[in-house]
Every structure is written in structure tokens, then in C-alpha cells.
Design a protein around this ligand. Structure first.
Ligand code: PAF
Length: 283
């Protein structure tokens, strides 16, 4: 595994690989690698001859009160995990190399970026869309793998890639879960053992909503409310939102139509730790 920190060097390597007709897959992360990230690497490995993993804690996607400074950065451990997962290139730039003095450009995607996570975290998706676009230009992949855990992020990225005609195939990898259903996330390390146990209520409640939808319930607003109540009751966490949305546009859905798929989104506070999860169900 070769570690690269300079964007121009990474771009030159990718260009050369492409000229050598190598198929490149990229997995973008902010580090603090866990089993979820490694499953994305495995999917990239299945699809591409060369796998690039990027590690960059992107400052522009954090709000002023969010955890940018305390975000975990176990670089040596991450590099060892990446190497053992079969990553070929680890691209880990410094912030100054990604956003040099005078950097002004941004990528934004209106509509979907203004809802739910976008509404709660102003500027977040513009930060994500900008850095993902930059990382795609730098790593020049044929395939990019993102996790379904961040379903709205994935939808924003798909829209940016499609609207800006970026020649990359975006693949979604299913969410990895702990035994109790808690979605694996870098931020889970902030949770106490009791919070980790209580957090199993999120996935249980989403699955319960899916069962009610499959059984013919059509009032999605009411079902989302009942799910929020179940999460709060079983976990003791404060629910930020629970909502059913159209699975592509993320527009809120209030009435289910038989045979259609809906995504249920949940965001909760376990103390000061914000957890998000989602699932897709057919009515
Ligand atoms: O999902 C993440 O880890 C980040 O949002 C991403 C896609 C690497 C962009 O910084």
C-alpha cells in the first residue's frame, strides 16, 4: 500500500493507472475506520483492480458547534487496517492541500440538501458535495462506494454526479450493524456502554415501522410519529426527527401507496451524541 498526501501526485498516479487500463475503485472516509468502512473496501475490491481509500476529516462539512476538533484521528491504526484490507493507495491529504489559501469554489445541490440532515446541519451537504467532487477529480475512479448508513449523503452524491456528468459509477453498500442493530459508525465510540445497548431501540423501532407498512398501514405521518415515540420510550433518547421520505428525492411522504418503496429516516440524541439511521421498506 502506498500512502499519498499530495493531491497532484495522487491525480498523476490515477491518470497513469487509467492509461494502463486499470479499473479504479475509491472509498472515501474521514478515518477512524471500522467494520462498516472495511465492507465498503471489500465491495470496491470485488469491482475494481485498484482500490484507493481516502482519509480526510473535511472541515467544511462540520458546523461551528460540531465535533471537528475532537473527531477521532487514529491514523496509524487506520493505515494498518487499510493495508490489511487490501487497499492499494491511501490518499490522506492535509487540509491546506485540499483548501489552499484563496480557495473559493463550492459545489451545492439544492432541494435534497435543504431537508432533514441539511436543515439540521446548515452547509453540511455543500461541504460534502465539494469535497467528494474534489476527491473524485483527484482519484479519477471508475467506481465509488458509499454506505447506505448516510442515505441522504448518498442521494446528494448521486445527484451531484448525475447533474455534473461526472463519469463514475456510484455503488451503495448496506449498513453494517452491531448485534443489537445499532448502525456501525465512527461516532459510536462517544457512546457509553449503556447508550450503546439502548441504541438498539432505533433499529428495532424502524423494523417495527416496516412491518406495519407491509401489513397495510398507509398513514406515514402517524407511523413516523409512533416510531419516534417507540424510540424515545425504549431508549430514553431525545428524538430529533423520524420521517418517511421518497427514497430518491427525500421529499417527505405522508400516504403510502401499495407496492412503492419508502425510506424511513431517524435522527436521535444519545446524550450529546447525534445518531442517524434509516431503512427502506415496501408498502
Ligand atoms: O461519509 C463520510 O465519511 C464523509 O462525509 C465523506 C463522504 C468521506 C466526505 O467527507
Amino acid at each position: 500500500m502506498q500512502t499519498v498526501t499530495d493531491p497532484a501526485e495522487m491525480q498523476a498516479i490515477s491518470e497513469k493507472l487509467r492509461l494502463g487500463r486499470q479499473l479504479i475503485g475509491v472509498v472515501m472516509t474521514m478515518g477512524a475506520l471500522h467494520e462498516g468502512h472495511l465492507s465498503l473496501v471489500r465491495l470496491a475490491r470485488e469491482q475494481a483492480g485498484i482500490v484507493i481509500l481516502t482519509i480526510f476529516v473535511n472541515p467544511t462539512q462540520f458546523g461551528p458547534t460540531e465535533d471537528f476538533h475532537r473527531y477521532p484521528r487514529p491514523f496509524e491504526q487506520d493505515a494498518a487496517l487499510a493495508r490489511s484490507a487490501g487497499v492499494d493507495y491511501l490518499f490522506a491529504p492535509e487540509a491546506g492541500a485540499m483548501y489552499p489559501e484563496g480557495f473559493r469554489a463550492t459545489v451545492s445541490c439544492s432541494g435534497i440538501s435543504d431537508l432533514f440532515e441539511g436543515e439540521k446541519r446548515p452547509g453540511h451537504f455543500s461541504g460534502v458535495a465539494t469535497v467528494v467532487t474534489k476527491l473524485l477529480h483527484i482519484t479519477r475512479p471508475h467506481i465509488a462506494v458509499f454506505g447506505e448508513k448516510d442515505a441522504q449523503q448518498l442521494a446528494v452524491i448521486r445527484k451531484v454526479v448525475s447533474d455534473l456528468n461526472i463519469a463514475v459509477k456510484v455503488l451503495a453498500a448496506p449498513t453494517m450493524r452491531e448485534a443489537n442493530g445499532l448502525a456501525v459508525s465512527s461516532r459510536n465510540i462517544y457512546l457509553t456502554r449503556e447508550q450503546q445497548e439502548s441504541a438498539g431501540a432505533i433499529w428495532r423501532s424502524l423494523c417495527h415501522a416496516g412491518e406495519r407498512l407491509a401489513a397495510g398501514e398507509t398513514g406515514l405521518t402517524e407511523l413516523a410519529e409512533a416510531t419516534a415515540t417507540m424510540i424515545a420510550h425504549e431508549s430514553g433518547f431525545r428524538v430529533d426527527y423520524v420521517a418517511f421520505v421518497d427514497k430518491e428525492t427525500f421529499m417527505p411522504a405522508s400516504r403510502a401507496m401499495k407496492g412503492r418503496s419508502y425510506r424511513i429516516l431517524a435522527a436521535v440524541f444519545a446524550g450529546s451524541v447525534r445518531l442517524i439511521d434509516n431503512a427502506c421498506f415496501v408498502a
